[in-house]
Design a protein around this ligand. Sequence first.
Ligand code: CMP
Length: 226
Amino acid sequence: MNMSLKEIEMLFKRSPVFSGIGRDDIVDLIRLGDVRSWSRGSQIISEGEQGEALYIILSGKAKVTLYGEGGKEIVLSMIGEGDFFGEMSLLDGEPRSANVEVVRDIGCLVIKRTNFLDYLKEHPSVAVQLLIYQTMRLREADRKIGGLALLGVCGRIAHTFIGIARKEGKGSDVVSIDRITHEDIAAMIGSSREVVSRALKKMSEEGYIGVEKDTFTLYMGEIDEH
Ligand code: CMP
């Protein structure tokens, strides 16, 4: 993976936690880490392992998963450029809380635990941003639990798509998000691929969403989460 400092800096400007930090602080952070790549299908983090590093995504896409009884997959989140993962074990010293699997070839800045903890102590404004981001994620998890408990399949899909659009900072009338496989959507809403396929067809026929080759289009005015 070859990225210039300028490109990494531009990427950090779009990141929820690192957007506020100055050039020198970004350079400090980059110096602490190594850039590594993984191809699609690789598992970067496994639930239960000891966590010794933080990963900041420079390119590509991953999913955060858990496996239930019988190997049933649950997708907690889809993450991409500017997002990071692995901070939970790093902060509390507990084992990894979930798996992180590569969905599209990925490049990450990998920073060792002690280096990142020292960096946070020296850059308290980044520590505060991290706290705000963790709070945001807890809010999103609460919203998701509410949606799973209270909504039907179409509502849960709409709810999930709106969550992704919000996370990507999109919020106007017509919004495009990257297409996700029906299987992954099913794993995000606790349903089956067949049920999701039928629900997406219905939502598309009724004008709530558009299904294109690489994207889903959300007609926000039409979508009623409830
Ligand atoms: P850690 O527990 O070290 O390893 C697994 C990582 O998955 C975890 O840190 C977080 O970075 C990430 N993760 C866990 N739960 C979620 C979630 N609900 N949404 C997004 N990322 C998560």
